[in-house]
Design a protein around this ligand. Sequence first.
Ligand SMILES: Nc1ccn([C@@H]2O[C@H](COP(=O)(O)OP(=O)(O)OP(=O)(O)O)[C@@H](O)[C@H]2O)c(=O)n1
Ligand SMILES: C[C@](O)(CO)[C@H](O)COP(=O)(O)O
Length: 373
Amino acid sequence: MTIAAIIVAAGRGTRAGGPIPKQWQMLGGRTILSHTVERFNQCDHCVLVLHPDDFDRAAEFSNCILVAGGATRSESALAGLNALRELAPHKVLIHDAARPLTPKHVINDVISALDIHDGAAPAMAVTDALWRGVDSVVTDTQDRSGLYRAQTPQGFIYTAILNAHETATADAADDVEIARLAGIDVCITQGDEANMKITTPNDFARAEMILRTNMDIRTGNGYDVHAFEDGDHVWLCGVKIPHTKKLKGHSDADVGMHAVTDAIYGALGDGDIGQHFPPTDPQWKGAASHIFLEHACALARERGFTITHVDCTLICERPKIGPHGPSMKAEMARIMGLNPDRVSVKATTSERLGFTGREEGIASIATATLVKL
Ligand SMILES: Nc1ccn([C@@H]2O[C@H](COP(=O)(O)OP(=O)(O)OP(=O)(O)O)[C@@H](O)[C@H]2O)c(=O)n1
Ligand SMILES: C[C@](O)(CO)[C@H](O)COP(=O)(O)O
């Protein structure tokens, strides 16, 4: 059952002002759009709907399907839905690029609600009194019971919302309005104040403050050693390298991947590979180490963390790592679902000192940085 995210980012941000549209302005050192897209990294596909003038800004989004939006938000949402026709996901989440701080629990609640409903969207119950006013004078009061402030992502069964958008005859504020016009029932899930939409100039400072307050940044380290034994190849960071010996271990003994995996468990405060995959358990004998790394990454995602960077150092005299560095980096990035520029694999000798210097084995140390908004 696949899930796709559509990030509508084709607006011009006229109310927010600034030299460039708001989604391309910076928040905590990165573009707002980069934060937004990262929030949806658990989805199988991500469609980014851009203004035709903005495609040359989008180089960092090579993992997304890029399509041109329309003159209204609804037209942009339909362009995103059309781009998914062949992939035909089961669920689709339509989200404003202008909401960069959506907590994972908000996204997960929408996804879960779609198991029961054809539509689901987060909202906040209105808690302030509501007035009508003219020329700064209160002219009436409004009962607030049953009123909500709508947020995104607005999630739907793909075929249902595609059909609703195709048959819509008028513009609408959001996809929930379009869905309801087509008779789709939409469940309200819990929104979050952090899921604010950057709309006016003051919202940039508010978003910076939420980002600083809510961000949970963790660093974990990992260290692993495997001894050599007779053999003709070693596995290092997911790459098979011909060698005069092999590494001894219960699994494939990929010492680099083990150090990175332990660094992720370390950042989560959740033990190490030995605890999750006991060496006494015969089912892990000869196991490919990507199973362990994928498990650690899934655990991080489940707990709402994004892995923002990993750095791994292999310590050995031989085999020479340099020629294999780029494929190791690419393979590690692929397994973790990260951009290769967030993965570092490097190597050093120990100047012929110690057990690595005597070529009795290979050691590896790694660091992982995890962030939760
Ligand atoms: N033709 C449009 C208009 C809006 N959006 C997107 O819809 C989201 C919510 O819209 P809003 O906050 O109103 O953004 P803008 O239209 O950019 O803002 P403004 O109305 O101030 O110009 C934004 O992520 C925006 O990029 C879009 O993809 N295509
Ligand atoms: C979809 C939306 O974010 C729901 O709150 C909102 O309606 C879109 O922005 P706009 O300011 O209404 O254009």
